[in-house]
Design a protein around this ligand. Structure first.
Ligand SMILES: Cc1cc2nc3c(=O)[nH]c(=O)nc-3n(C[C@H](O)[C@H](O)[C@H](O)COP(=O)(O)O)c2cc1C
Length: 280
């Protein structure tokens, strides 16, 4: 590949479809194998090497660091997530149905983005990897998705599923949207966005637990559908009552814990985050 003129080599240590021990995502789950294969590739090239990690693991930073120690220049993440898509309730076969049988396979696209972002965060905040370049992927479809990966420290991005779904034209839309976003934020170069979101993610015990962030109801926008009431009553803290004539919600602040379930279910954005108040 070096002789053929490649710019970068990416080692796929993470394919979930390989049969046989020590292959595919088995490699990415085993730091010794990652190191062994990375060293072998490093011996044969002067090119930058990316080690592509599997998300079918708890702590990606461990095999990722093994790759870097063994000579990888950067990390690519994430590959697909081992999944079963569905069960056909007539045939009892999952998809894709290959002559009546299926396998555990790799899940990708929009739904995996939060998982990809979590792994990228974990690697970028791991001391020994904080300066290692990451090529981020997993569910990128739009400029917003791309900007989120960059804000968590990725300097390079890859897209697979969205291009399969919509074609390369999404890249033009992505570039246009990204340019507009960067200028609206006052950035001159995309580099200025890299890692902006990292300091905002802290361990859960460092979050402010001594205040409540109350929701604010915008009555003029409310259509009285009752979804906030039902969600709060059945899944929350029974902190909303409904006005008899209009069906519009009234908050009982003494019961509200600030979970914002009502904010997330309102179909017309009539409930927004309101005031944060100290408690105790
Ligand atoms: C149909 C399909 C084939 C793939 N083949 C490969 C492959 O040969 N090598 C590899 O490293 N990753 C492969 N991937 C994983 C993608 O490169 C990517 O890591 C993953 O799908 C997450 O990104 P996405 O949500 O943009 O697809 C494949 C993904 C899909 C959906």
């Amino acid at each position: 590949m070096t002789e053929a003129g490649a710019d970068i080599l990416e080692c796929n240590f993470s394919c979930p479809h390989m049969a046989g021990d020590g292959l595919g995502s088995d490699v990415g789950q085993n730091p010794e194998l990652v190191a062994k294969y990375t060293k072998a590739v490093r011996k044969g090239t002067h090119l930058p090497i990316l080690a592509k990690m599997t998300p079918n693991i708890g702590n990606m930073e461990i095999p990722a660091y093994a790759a870097v120690e063994a000579g990888a220049t950067g990390i690519a993440a994430i590959n697909t997530i081992k999944s079963i898509m569905n069960i056909n309730l007539k045939t009892y076969c999952s998809g894709p149905d290959v002559d009546g049988k299926s396998s555990v396979g790799g899940y990708s696209g929009k739904a995996v983005k939060p998982i990809a972002l979590r792994f990228i965060h974990d690697m970028k905040t791991y001391d020994k990897l904080s300066n290692t370049p990451i090529s981020g992927m997993g569910g990128i479809e739009t400029w917003r998705d791309a900007a989120e990966f960059i804000a968590l420290g990725c300097e390079n991005l890859q897209i697979t599923t969205a291009v399969m779904q919509y074609g390369y034209r999404i890249i033009d839309d992505l570039i246009d949207g990204m340019k507009l976003y960067l200028s609206s934020q006052g950035f001159h170069e995309i580099k200025e966005l890299v890692g902006k979101g990292l300091p905002k993610i802290v361990p859960a015990d460092k979050l402010d637990r001594d205040s409540i962030f109350y929701p604010k109801f915008h009555r003029e926008k409310c259509i009285g559908c009752g979804r906030c009431y039902i969600s709060c009553f059945d899944g929350g803290h029974q902190a909303i009552i409904v006005e008899k004539d209009t069906g519009k919600p009234i908050l009982q602040a003494n019961k509200c814990v600030g979970c914002h379930l009502c904010v997330s279910v309102c179909p017309v954005s009539a409930i927004l985050p309101g005031k944060r108040m100290q408690i105790g």
